[in-house]
Design a protein around this ligand. Structure first.
Ligand code: ADP
Ligand code: MG
Length: 491
């Protein structure tokens, strides 16, 4: 409960931030559930489970971590109450939770609306997701621009959107916010003597083995003559490699080989082609963006369709970054997220990614009214389920979790959460409470919408943690469990 209390006050647009201070007295301000939880270094086993829930939500959906934690805490609390105060057997409660969660997810799915990249709801979902973040409105505008620029190009196998493949997000303290139609590399070219800009770019990406001759190998051969022969051999090999690379017609060479002989780099510089190192991670973006096929062995250099194309590649020398624009492959966008300090840029960077993730989940699986309204209005239907015997009571665990989101958002906005939830309950479906006026309002109308996936993933996670906690009747201190298991097997 203490762990959940640490993050619940951040939920929603009026939620507050947390100031985190580590052992080295570094400060960091955050509104992000996962960030706060990971910094707690929880020791209690159940607390650790809660942290894991948030991490999993982050992995599966990328948004809604606080929602998942608030629901989990509510289910554990309510489940414990049923067991302790009413004396219901935990297994009954657990069965009720299982059926309740399954049914609630189905009801939410039935209510979800599908959206497209051009629908206004895409803006709504991004705005809603970023409404509680530092400078959220500005970030939301950038995110939406990025999403629409890549558009259908971000669809991958199965026709689902995967924006992680199409949008890069960089954080920079030294630059202004930017949405770049293209790929931005945080790199410099090999030498300032090289051309700073090339147009009509033919890009060669090499992953060939360009490793330098091992130093030890040179040392072992003390004979000067032998070293000379080897050195000549090395030069000849490097020259051969560089010649073969340039024979492809490339006017820009991007090197993704892990180690590169200085001789190769020097020769590329001497030839005056645009050349830079890239990482394997950047490589994937470059391949998709320019249509290049990386050369792995020298034979690859003879293959057709080897070179990627782009309109322009150039280095911004002040900021030490390379822009590639007008690629002939898939659309790609790079968001540069700024911040005056390292921590604000980090927090804004996280928020931007949250917004992108929310949009992806919304496009792939649909949206429901936000502010806790979707959850609230299925409560009666969940209650209508008829389970045998005491399992019915277990449903209360699920319904109180469904209610907890709106209650918390409104409490954070300074209202009496419970009172306002009652008010919303008697309003039509889709209605919640306006966080500024405290009056009932149609969430669809004011554009407060959430991805369905945030809700269903959070509910399932909460159900699972509640079930395992309720099944435990005692925590026992154990010696090293893995050591114990070893001796057991030996015996
Ligand atoms: P999480 O980590 O769970 O994403 P957030 O702090 O981002 O937590 O809050 C998300 C919740 O805030 C969602 O339930 C969303 O619907 C709600 N929300 C966002 N904007 C509004 C608003 N204007 N009115 C009511 N609820 C809102
Ligand atoms: Mg959020």
């Amino acid at each position: 409960m203490a762990v959940a209390d640490c993050v619940r006050t951040t939920l929603g647009p009026k939620g507050l931030d947390k100031l985190l201070i580590d052992q080295a007295m570094n400060r960091h301000v955050s509104n992000d559930g996962v960030t706060i939880l990971l910094s707690l270094k929880a020791i209690h086993p159940v607390a650790r489970m809660i942290v894991e829930i948030a991490e999993r939500q982050e992995q599966l959906v990328g948004d809604g971590t606080t929602t998942a934690v608030v629901m989990s805490a509510e289910m554990i609390k309510e489940g414990k109450r049923l067991v302790k105060e009413l004396g219901v057997h935990p297994t009954k409660v657990v069965e009720g939770i299982e059926s309740g969660v399954r049914h609630a997810c189905q009801l939410l799915e039935a209510e979800a609306k599908s959206i497209s990249i051009t629908s206004p709801e895409l803006e709504h979902v991004v705005n809603t997701s970023l409404s509680s973040k530092l400078d959220g409105a500005r970030l939301a505008k950038m995110v939406i621009k990025a999403l629409r620029t890549v558009g259908e190009n971000a669809k991958y196998n199965g026709g689902e959107y995967d924006f992680g493949k199409a949008i890069m997000v960089l954080r920079k303290t030294s630059m202004e916010d930017q949405v770049v139609d293209g790929v931005v590399l945080e790199r410099k070219r090999l030498d300032p003597e090289l051309p700073q800009e090339v147009r009509g770019v033919k890009i060669l990406i090499t992953r060939m083995d360009l490793k330098p001759v091992k130093e030890s190998w040179v040392k072992e051969n003390k004979n000067y003559q032998e070293i000379l022969v080897m050195e000549n051999d090395r030069m000849a090999k490097s020259r051969e490699a560089v010649d073969a690379m340039l024979k492809t017609g490339a006017n820009a060479v991007l090197i993704a080989s892990p180690e590169v002989d200085q001789a190769v780099e020097d020769m590329l510089v001497a030839k005056g082609v645009f050349a830079a190192r890239v990482s394997t991670e950047e490589l994937d973006y470059l391949i998709r963006y320019t249509g290049a096929r990386p050369a792995r062995v020298s034979e690859d250099l003879k293959k057709p369709d080897l070179l990627g194309r782009a309109e322009r590649i150039y280095e911004d020398e002040d900021n030490g970054i390379i822009y590639i624009e007008g690629g002939r492959g898939r659309n790609m966008v790079t968001m540069v997220v700024s911040g005056t300090t390292k921590e604000t840029s980090l927090e804004r960077w996280r928020a931007a990614i949250d917004g992108i993730n929310a949009a992806e989940a919304a496009l792939n699986k649909g949206v429901v009214p936000g502010g806790g309204a979707a959850e609230l209005h299925i409560i009666d239907k969940v209650k209508d389920m008829r389970l045998k015997g005491l399992e019915q009571v277990g449903l209360e665990v699920v319904t109180s979790a469904l209610e907890s989101i709106m209650r918390q958002i409104l409490a954070n906005a300074g209202f009496n959460g419970l009172e306002k939830v009652m008010m919303a309950k008697t309003s039509p479906p889709g209605y919640g409470i306006d966080i500024n006026t405290g009056e009932p309002v149609d969430m669809w109308k004011i554009g407060v919408v959430d991805p369905l996936m945030v809700k269903t993933t959070a509910l399932k996670a909460a159900g699972e943690i509640a079930k395992s906690v309720l099944r435990i009747d005692r925590n026992l201190a154990a010696e090293d469990l893995s050591a114990q298991a070893m001796t057991e097997t030996k015996r």
